[in-house]
Design a protein around this ligand. Sequence first.
Ligand SMILES: NC(=O)c1ccc[n+]([C@@H]2O[C@H](COP(=O)([O-])OP(=O)(O)OC[C@H]3O[C@@H](n4cnc5c(N)ncnc54)[C@H](OP(=O)(O)O)[C@@H]3O)[C@@H](O)[C@H]2O)c1
Length: 298
Amino acid sequence: MVTLQQQRILITGATGQVGGPVARQLATHNTVVAIARFGDAAAKADLVANGITCVPVDFETGDYSALEDDFDYVLHFAVAKTNDFDRDLAANAESLGFLMQRCAAARAFLHCSSTAVYEPDGHRRFVETDPLGDNHRAFGFMPTYSISKIAAESMARFGARAYGLPTTIARLSVPYGDTFGWPLFQLAMMRAGHPVPIHIDGPSEYNPIHIDDIVAQIPALLKAASVPATIVNWAGDDVVSIEDWCQLIAEHHNLEAIFAPTTATIASVACDTTKRASITGPCTVNWKDGMQRLAAVN
Ligand SMILES: NC(=O)c1ccc[n+]([C@@H]2O[C@H](COP(=O)([O-])OP(=O)(O)OC[C@H]3O[C@@H](n4cnc5c(N)ncnc54)[C@H](OP(=O)(O)O)[C@@H]3O)[C@@H](O)[C@H]2O)c1
């Protein structure tokens, strides 16, 4: 069993929505070093206040000379979304390779990928071997996202084999918690009276996963790291539609959930979670409880 206590952990993307709570939680029992650009001084100050050492690194240049290399585990949550293919491939793929090279002595490397790597296929429950594609193309706002995440997975696969670095590539579905996530964004839309976009091929289905489960599942995902890399859907136990979770959140606030069916949004990406469950066991936060919590604190 991987026990994340008294370990030296490098985390990227710790100023982000997902990496932030993970870093703060791990810092209670480990030595945590975070790398990011730290353009947000308040976000950096919060990490430092939690005992986390912050080392500035820009993944677009991939210069790790200021970084020590003696980490037990590496958790890679950073993602660049500049919408420029050259910059995002450099930051998300090339720099990942250099990071794995730098940290090749680690016991395990967790690369956070996305279910945005799957080629849309209606209401199929995607398994890890399913075809990949540009899932975000229709969305319009993030043209580089799917392709650079697929490129990053390729680099993580290379890094695992080239450096003998046990690696897990975990394809995250819809992460959320009390303070962040797609459902919170949709609550803001509903409060403002804006219709929530859903795909015309409804219902718009995903596997939301609560940050408590994301944090809790990291030791098991690291234990499952292997050469070649283990690839797994990091998705919650239940397939839930945007329509259903928005309805639940709207009812809590006496709002009306209005939906706008469109082709210009992300299509369903419902996942088969058999492999993840075999690695981590079941999730602990039922989606209704998690969404109620989100609704109650916002
Ligand atoms: N949020 C979702 O709905 C979702 C869904 C599926 C998968 N994921 C995956 O989950 C992971 C975390 O996502 P998130 O939503 O937490 O991301 P986020 O909130 O957008 O944060 C991105 C992080 O990456 C860092 N970063 C961006 N460009 C960088 C650069 N050039 N150099 C160094 N660091 C850079 C940012 O730090 P600085 O700005 O301080 O540099 C920040 O800490 C990503 O791998 C993402 O693909 C997210």
